[in-house]
Design a protein around this ligand. Structure first.
Ligand SMILES: Nc1ncnc2c1ncn2[C@@H]1O[C@H](COP(=O)(O)OP(=O)(O)OP(=O)(O)O)[C@@H](O)[C@H]1O
Ligand SMILES: [Mg+2]
Length: 309
């Protein structure tokens, strides 16, 4: 493996440092190389390349906005026996603490980035007609992403769709519930879902949703800071509803209230926020049920019932 890394990274020095860490999904190891420090994630599953390509595309998309710091992605490399490695810039990370509200601001700016591009394009369109600058800006007017991404180890379809509730119902909730059906055949979940599904569109009747570039898995284990500011990593990005991002951040702790207040001073809560927040929590509970088993069945059923009230 180290031989492949040396060849692929064109480095004569490859010296492991720090402790090799296992995330829940992949193994991680940091190395010194001729070109600086890198962090390598290794995964032996057959779908590892797809998973890492989704992560790499996500990091590139976030990086392009120049708003919030992410590790510079470098390369996805196949492993000879199956699986893959993902090489990125090593960043020395500490727990998010000092820069919590700064991160709140940056995530809001990330979410507003595409909308602002759209506004800029419209303004230019009104004053100077179809200028050459049109092609420079890549305003996205649909929900989805150009690559599949993984949430945990579950592959997610990101096919572009013009309507957010349809995208979210089909490619997020339904996709996760299909796996529950396959593994557990849970009747109660199936019945609650059939009632809930038809009620979702009305939760969106009062909001206008502009596609926002999301990190996509913004829980406390995927945020950090260094001396210069916040860092986010391990994204599963897509263009979606900004509120989706806040659900997981609020569910499992790790984000102080200063994160949320800084965020909402830039993006205030829209009417119906709390109910939709529950809906987005539902996605995370089902996803946890799929990843960690029946301990998450109760919370899933619970939140479905609450949403039906
Ligand atoms: N670029 C990096 N530089 C230094 N350390 C990193 C870097 N990326 C990740 N790490 C370390 O490795 C840990 C796991 O990373 P990451 O979340 O990307 O792995 P994962 O296996 O996909 O995730 P999870 O454990 O969330 O399922 C992080 O908590 C962090 O300590
Ligand atoms: Mg992670």
């Amino acid at each position: 493996m180290e031989k492949i890394l040396k060849t692929e990274l064109k480095t004569s020095v490859l010296k492991a440092f720090g402790s090799s860490g296992g995330g829940y999904i992949s193994q991680g190891q940091a190395y010194e190389t001729d070109n600086g420090r890198v962090f390598v994630k290794i995964n032996h599953k057959p779908q590892a390349r797809k998973m890492f390509e989704g992560e790499m595309a996500s990091l590139e998309a976030i990086q392009k906005t120049n708003i919030v710091r992410v590790p510079q992605p470098i390369k996805v490399i196949d492993l000879p026996g199956g699986g893959a490695m993902f090489v990125m810039e090593y960043l020395k990370m500490k727990h998010l603490n000092k820069y919590s509200s700064k991160l709140g601001e940056q995530i809001a700016d990330l979410h507003l980035y595409n909308q602002k591009l759209g506004e800029k394009l419209r303004k230019e369109g009104n004053t100077i007609g179809k200028g050459a600058s049109y092609s420079e800006f890549q305003y996205v007017d649909k929900f989805g992403f150009h690559k599949a991404t993984c949430c945990g180890y579950i592959a997610q379809v990101n096919e572009w769709q013009s309507d957010w509730p349809s995208f979210f119902i089909r490619h997020r909730l339904q996709a996760q519930l299909d796996l529950i059906e396959k593994d557990y055949g849970d009747r109660e979940a199936r019945e609650l879902w059939s009632q809930l599904k038809v009620k979702i569109p009305e939760m969106f009747s009062d909001v206008e949703i502009v596609p926002a570039l999301l990190h996509g898995d913004l829980w406390a284990g995927n945020v950090a800071e260094d001396d210069s500011g916040p860092i986010i990593f391990d994204p599963a990005s897509f263009y979606g509803h900004s509120e989706f991002e806040l659900a997981i951040a609020g569910m499992f702790g790790g984000f102080s209230s200063s994160f949320f207040s800084a965020y909402h001073s830039k993006i205030p809560k829209a009417p119906g926020f709390e109910k939709r927040n529950k809906l987005y929590q539902l996605f995370n509970y089902i996803n946890h049920w799929n990843h960690f088993g029946t301990g998450y069945r109760g919370p899933t059923i619970n939140v479905m019932r609450k949403l039906l009230k």
